[in-house]
Write a protein of this length. Structure first.
Length: 813
């Protein structure tokens, strides 16, 4: 004997019911087929009951729709000649249902007994129609009303199964029945007094388990709309996978903590008989599903699944009157239990100053009221504080048999949540240590589940979610590099990089699933109007784990938003130098936000484009070295200019060429005046641990006063022509000294300066080509022979790759 249960979505429509027939036709054994109401019907019946009891006539509409649905299903499933008898039975059930609802409507109330009677029609109708359909398909099927078998009795106000009577009924009935397939309604039962009762929402699983246990079935098969019990709810975590094999206890713990795929009480009856459960997918019958059996205490995975329960509220009983006084917690829990409020999670501070419980938010008003009433005496005397609830919370739990023998799991759980800015309100660990749970804000649930899933189940693949502002020269190259490297990164570095949002100065575009980088130009062009605050708001609302804001602009306005990203635990990667060379206070504030919120703030490309200058500096300092002196040529633009300028060219023409070829800022004066180099040496000095402002840097400009004073490019270029002799003099002087002109930045003993220098042959700077940069670090460990970093220091491609490198650093963080 096998017991098979098909849930609401598996029987939602005739098409699915035909799938069930195809599945069960292959069974040779005798089977009991337990079915739920057609998907959604129980909710509609409850809705109709509530509407009727509030004397809202629209219950009739709900009823009519339900009737129509059942009649249509009957017509679609049965051949015409077999329809009329079944249709009239269905109609007569609906007539009875209508009378019951009318009763509720006229009295203006609905009792639990009437409500149970009303919802019982869902399973009754579905099982009857399905049994008739199977018969019409020439299968040896019979219908049996579970209310004639499963008997409940009231215990502490709740309907509990009376197993003695139920098992006896079950054995007696099936002993006498020879049908190969017996179709039974799930969920419904009868009280000892003979009234219809139910086994709780989701209770059809339990019905099937009761039959399986009573009859010592070979197996209990739960057929549903997913391929087993997953490592996390697959509707919340896309990467979740079906767990092939799990113990009864683990499955019970997961279902208690929200894995709805199995109704928690289901396991108990089969566990005591050692009957295995298998969870299978009606829509993918070939998939293996999940096998639930006795624990084999296998070594292996510590965390088996992650589950969550939403709609949780927290109430805390606290105050000095609780310390050392026995009986307070007993009273607290008694009050809750008498009011039929079930406690999902408990923690008590060791000082005994507070007890905190998580309950369903639906019960919270009642709970607060009765607890405040019960402790009125203590509250009035200030010994206990008035209970104030906290709402909009959820429980997230890690579950696994082997967790008890492993240290560090909770540390890993909480640091993962912390890194993603998920605030943890309460922590609890079950005594069995099969479960570590915590309460967090409801809004963070999806992020928390995904981050934990990534940490515990996808150790190999980490997803990074990028929000890119600025898709010009550098930005476009960066997107192209991600596009072509994605596969490599996934396979080799186990990083899955997705661009979720992007913006230029005109439009912005978001795609939660990741923007297709083959067609981003088109998507962005048709996106919504660009808006910096809206962009930030969207990034925050999406609330993705491992979010990174990438600034590829040169905009001061954009740079002012970094603090808001970092403050929300969103990392920032930028090639924009403005923030790091702004007031020291701002720079330090951003660095401190990055530390407090565990969100890296990286700006490697601020100095030397893609060269690993800042990263190297950080490593030197972190390993205990001390920077004594920095000498550097940091302007690719100026290097280009002075490498091409000689007595056969004019300074004006070379600068013009540099501007046209993209080697200078759009406003070339920023480069030629030395401002850009000042910013860079300032950042290096700060990263070496010094407190410095831009005004502290000595700048010996080589441009004539008049050129410096110009306010637009046209005047600037005109002044270069006018002062050509000045530039030729600079060149001639260097040439006479057998030297080359280089624009050098220096930091030495607390003093930073920038300026044009004549570099003699043999010097490290002498042979610097094209737009290359070079940095010499003199440190305690490299006092005489400096550490040298040299290479292309400008250009969109290398800058983009520097940004990319920062992203990868975050991925490995
Ligand atoms: P049925 O109607 O077949 O009884 P349910 O809706 O009660 O189905 O349960 C199946 C649903 O449980 C899935 O569609 C899924 O959304 C949800 N679920 C929650 N947690 C898990 C989990 N860990 N594994 C599988 N499904 C889960
Ligand atoms: N139909 C019931 C419900 O929706 C029982 C079940 O489907 O398991 O709760
Ligand atoms: Mg269910």
């Amino acid at each position: 004997m096998k017991v098979l249960k098909f849930g609401g979505s598996s029987v939602a429509n005739p098409e699915n019911i035909i799938k069930i027939k195809n599945i069960i036709s292959k069974y040779e054994d005798q089977i009991i087929l337990v079915v739920s109401a057609f998907g959604g019907v129980t909710d509609h019946l409850l809705e109709a009951g509530t509407l009727a009891s509030t004397q809202d006539e629209s219950y009739k509409k709900v009823l009519a729709t339900l009737e129509e649905r059942h009649l249509t299903a009957t017509k679609q499933l049965l051949p015409v000649n077999a329809q009329s008898r079944v249709l009239s039975k269905v109609k007569s059930e609906f007539n009875e249902l209508e009378t019951l609802l009318e009763g509720a409507f006229y009295i203006g109330e609905i009792t639990p007994r009437l409500s149970d009677r009303i919802v019982s029609f869902g399973e009754l109708l579905s099982s009857y129609i399905i049994s008739e359909y199977l018969k019409s398909e020439q299968l040896d099927a019979e219908f049996k009303d579970s209310r004639e078998i499963i008997i409940t009795q009231k215990l502490n106000g709740k309907n509990m199964v009376n197993f003695a009577k139920t098992n006896a009924n079950c054995i007696a009935y099936f002993k006498a029945s020879n049908a190969k397939i017996t179709v039974c309604p799930g969920f419904i039962s009868t009280s000892e007094e003979g009234n219809s009762t139910t086994l709780g929402r989701g209770g059809s699983d339990y019905t099937a388990a009761i039959y399986a246990a009573a009859l010592d079935a070979e197996i209990l098969e739960i057929w549903t709309d997913v391929s087993g019990m997953y490592t996390a709810n697959p509707k919340m975590v896309k990467q979740a996978k079906a767990i092939p094999h799990i113990s009864y206890e683990e499955a019970m713990e997961l279902s208690h903590f929200g894995a709805k795929v199995l109704y928690p009480p289901t396991i108990q009856p089969v566990l005591s008989k050692g009957i295995s459960i298998v969870i299978k997918n009606t829509f993918d019958p070939e998939a293996n599903g999940t096998l639930i059996t006795k624990s084999k205490n296998e070594k292996g995975k510590t965390v088996r699944g992650i589950s969550h329960i939403g709609n949780i509220a927290l109430i805390s009983l606290e105050g000095p009157g609780m310390v050392g006084i026995p009986g307070i917690s007993k009273r607290f829990f008694e009050v809750l239990s008498q009011a039929d409020i079930s406690v999902v999670l408990i923690t008590q501070a060791s000082s005994e100053h507070s007890i905190c419980v998580g309950i369903s938010a639906d019960d919270v008003e009642k709970a607060v009221h009765i607890v405040n009433e019960a402790f009125e005496y203590e509250i009035e005397r200030g010994r206990i504080k008035t209970v104030i609830p906290e709402k909009d919370l959820a429980i997230v739990a890690l579950v696994g048999d082997n967790m008890k023998s492993h240290q560090g799991l909770s540390g890993k759980m909480f640091s993962t949540l912390g890194k993603n800015n998920v605030n943890i309100r309460v922590i609890a660990q079950g005594a069995s240590e099969r479960n570590i749970s915590c309460i967090i804000d409801q809004k963070d649930v999806k992020k928390a589940l995904n981050a934990l899933h990534e940490e515990f189940f996808e150790e190999n693949i980490k997803q990074l979610n990028l929000f890119v502002m600025g898709v010009g020269n550098v930005g476009a190259k960066f997107l192209e590099q991600i596009r072509s490297q994605r596969k490599f990164l996934k396979e080799n570095l186990k990083l899955n990089i997705r661009v979720i949002g992007m913006s230029n100065s005109r439009t912005m575009f978001f795609d939660e699933k990741g923007i297709d980088l083959n067609t981003w130009q088109e998507k962005l062009a048709n996106g919504q109007k660009a808006d910096k605050s809206k962009f930030l708001e969207l990034v925050n609302t999406l609330n993705f784990r491992n979010s990174i804001f990438v600034d590829n602009t040169a905009s001061e306005d954009v740079s002012t938003s970094y603090s808001e990203y970092l403050g929300n635990s969103i990392s920032v990667v930028t090639c924009n130098k403005i923030a790091c060379s702004s007031a020291y206070e701002n720079y330090a504030h951003l660095k401190s936000l990055a530390r407090s919120y565990n969100a890296p703030f990286l700006f490697e490309t601020n100095v030397g484009a893609g060269l690993p200058i800042i990263d190297t500096l950080k490593h030197l300092i972190a390993s205990g070295d001390k920077i004594l002196k920095i000498q550097a040529v940091l302007s690719g633009s100026l290097n280009f200019v002075f490498n091409n300028f000689n007595d056969t060219t004019t300074f004006h023409d070379v600068v013009k060429q540099a501007q046209e070829e993209g080697y200078t800022e759009p406003d070339p004066k920023i480069d030629l005046s030395g401002v850009d180099v000042m910013r860079k040496i300032l950042i290096l000095a700060r990263e070496s641990g010094n407190v410095l402002e831009i005004s502290d840097i000595k700048n010996n400009p080589f441009l004539p006063e008049e050129s410096l004073k110009t306010t637009n490019n046209e005047d600037f270029f005109a002044s270069l022509i006018k002062h050509e002799p000045h530039f030729q003099n600079l060149y001639a002087s260097a040439k006479n000294a057998d030297s080359k002109l280089k624009y050098v930045a220096q930091y030495d003993n607390g003093v930073a300066s920038v300026g044009l220098q004549e570099i003699p042959k043999g010097h490290d700077f002498y042979n610097l080509e094209g737009s290359d940069n070079i940095v010499l670090f003199y440190t305690e460990r490299y006092p005489n022979q400096p550490m040298i970093i040299k290479g292309a220091g400008a250009g969109a491609d290398v800058t983009a790759s520097g940004i990319f490198a920062d992203i990868i650093r975050i991925g490995n963080f």
